[in-house]
Ligand binder design. Structure first.
Ligand code: PMV
Length: 317
């Protein structure tokens, strides 16, 4: 029988700390229950061709596959069909590229009978992410690899600190995700926009980044104490600071202001978007029906999310 391997990896959301994490600040990041699946099938063909099937348009799958062959020094003896099937919207802040990078790396490790070493997989996925984002923090690929919630901090390029966080709070089930539309800008472009701002006004941007760091710590305390009011306040402050970094579009701001008026709070999660869509919003309201009612008016896809889910795993064929 021909060989077949199937692997799934979760998407992620950043609870607090996006953009600031690129500058060495901490972030709180969690794996979610939307997953991406990679299947590798060996084909009975004499040519050693590779057939890719994926919704993502950037060629990341092909790039990643060839890079992993090179790193492992292992190449397939027969033709391979590599398929991606994903529930994670592309380029919208839910870590679709990290899930792809981690899943293809793990699948090829399994295919070539390598030990599933999460540390190694994470390092390779980070290298693949660089093609997509230029200077990624590495937080996305790390949480996708290990799952759960992480406190993550990139101290230097070669030293990245992370620690699992255990939240027992049922408040975590009160989060709702709203899709404001795929941003016109890529993550790399959004990171470059902040960099441009930083180079123009270092003092002001550093103040904003320090503010985000403070909010990230407040968020950690709010979750530990399971305090709804504190959680909402931290999200609101975080969003205000992200708006100062100019990564939120006018359209997304309008939706967020309406949620705030109704007693909730929301923030972009991920790189954001400047012109139209800002990707996914992380929204919180003690009564989540209020948010569903509001976004129905705007016809915006809105869904409940489970946080702290399992990292990459080998699936049964
Ligand atoms: O939009 P996403 O899911 O690619 O998240 C990007 C998060 C940033 O902090 C903006 C960049 C990074 O590498 O951490």
């Amino acid at each position: 029988m021909s060989k077949k391997v199937k692997v799934s990896a979760p998407g992620k959301i950043i609870l607090s700390g996006e953009h600031a994490v690129v500058y060495g600040k901490p972030e709180i990041i969690g794996a979610i229950n939307q997953r991406l699946e990679v299947t590798i099938k060996e084909l009975e063909s004499s040519t050693k061709s590779l057939i890719f099937s994926s919704q993502e348009p950037s060629g990341l799958l092909e790039f990643g596959t060839k890079k992993i062959f090179k790193i492992l020094g292992k190449y397939p003896k027969k033709a391979l069909e590599i398929c991606v099937d994903s529930e994670i919207p592309i380029g919208s802040g839910l870590g679709s590229s990290a899930a792809l990078a981690v899943a293809i790396t793990t699948a090829l490790f399994k295919f070539f009978n390598q030990t599933i070493d999460r540390k190694k997989i994470n390092e390779i996925a980070y290298e693949i992410e660089k093609r997509q984002h230029g200077t990624p923090s590495g937080g996305d690929n790390t949480v996708v690899t290990y799952g759960g919630f992480l406190w993550y901090r990139k101290e230097t390029e070669s030293f990245k600190f992370f620690k699992p966080l255990r939240f027992s709070s049922d408040k975590l089930s009160e989060f709702v995700l709203i899709n404001t539309g795929r941003p016109m800008e890529t993550t790399g472009e959004m990171v470059a926009i902040v960099k441009y701002l930083y180079n123009r006004n270092k003092k002001r941007v550093e103040e904003i980044l320090n503010g985000i760091e403070e909010v990230t710590r407040q968020m950690l305390i709010a979750f530990d104490q399971a305090e709804t009011k504190k959680i909402m306040l931290a999200i609101k402050k975080n969003e205000q600071l992200l708006e100062k970094l100019e990564v939120v579009s006018p359209f997304a701001k309008r939706i967020i202001r309406e949620i705030e008026k109704k007693g909730g709070s929301a923030k972009i999660c991920g790189a954001g978007g400047k012109r139209k869509g800002s990707g996914i919003l992380l929204a919180f309201h003690p009564k989540k029906e209020v948010i569903f009612k509001l976004t129905e008016k705007w016809s915006l896809p809105t869904f409940e999310v489970k946080l702290g889910e399992e990292g990459v795993k080998i699936e049964k064929n």
